[in-house]
Design a protein around this ligand. Structure first.
Ligand code: PGA
Length: 256
């Protein structure tokens, strides 16, 4: 299997420039040997736009990566308040989250905008981390498979006929920020569904290479059990990625 493991922090609307030196020096110290860990797993932080450049300096020095949390699908134009993939690339940012559930819930993103954004990323050589996941109400009425399949179809449609890698983050909405993580078994089951959808669309090898992250109250306490699952290739981490000591523990759990 050629797929890479990835630990991705999602800072959401948190942290400021003044906090960066302390955060990254603590993280790097707690990692022991970061270069050794990075041989086994990739590390990136998805940060607010205004922190991209500042974080990028630390990332370049230490060999990890910085990603955005969102970007528009158009190259330029009358879209007040939006950021284009070109803007990101100008800063050397080559990856972004797409369709995080908070974007879907609070900012009107849909499967259609996710499809447009993933397609735009792939044509611009930016790596999209596309987020999917069901709400609590949907899980309770056994709609998890239907919802995730529908959301994945948008990503698959955007990928058809395009070069470039896509990463999928499965984030059950009921587990995000609640302290109530999915069990490793629950997550692995949905990851398996995602991998099989990818296999149907793009074949065996592409499915084998697909990095699928779990997100939703992932932390140092549950990391080992999540990462022990065959279909879980890492995590997209909100709350625990704001704490450098805990996040370093998670990277050590993944990079084995
Ligand atoms: P959480 O957030 O780890 O704080 O639950 C995950 C996410 O929203 O990406």
């Amino acid at each position: 299997m050629g797929r890479r493991k990835l630990l991705a922090g999602n800072w959401k609307m948190n942290k400021s420039l003044s906090e960066l030196p302390d955060f990254f020096s603590t993280l790097i110290k707690e990692c022991g040997s970061l270069p050794q860990l990075l041989e086994k797993a990739d590390l990136f932080f998805s940060v607010p736009f205004t922190l991209l450049d500042g974080c990028q300096r630390f990332a370049k020095m230490h060999g990890f990566q910085i990603a955005a949390q969102n970007a528009h699908w158009e190259a330029s134009g009358a879209f007040t308040g939006e950021i284009s993939l070109g803007h990101l690339k100008e800063l050397g940012i080559l990856s972004t989250l797409v369709g995080h559930s908070e974007r879907r819930q609070y900012f009107g993103e849909t499967d259609d905008t996710v499809e447009k954004k993933v397609r735009a990323c792939l044509t611009s050589n930016v790596l999209p981390v596309a987020c999917v996941g069901e709400s609590r109400a949907e899980r309770e009425v056994n709609q998890t498979e239907a919802v995730v399949t529908r959301q994945m179809q948008a990503v698959i449609k955007a990928k058809i006929g395009q070069q470039g890698r896509v990463i999928i983050a499965y984030e059950p909405v009921w587990a995000i920020g609640t302290g109530l993580s999915a069990t490793a078994e629950q997550a692995d089951e949905v990851h398996q569904l995602i991998r099989s959808l990818w296999e149907k669309a793009f074949g065996n090898m592409a499915a084998d290479d697909l990095t699928i992250l779990y997100g939703g109250s992932a932390n140092a306490a549950n990391a080992k059990s999540l990462f022990s699952k065959k279909n879980i290739d890492g995590a997209l981490v909100g709350g625990a990625s704001l704490k450098p000591i805990e996040f370093a523990q998670m990277l050590r759990a993944l990079a084995v």
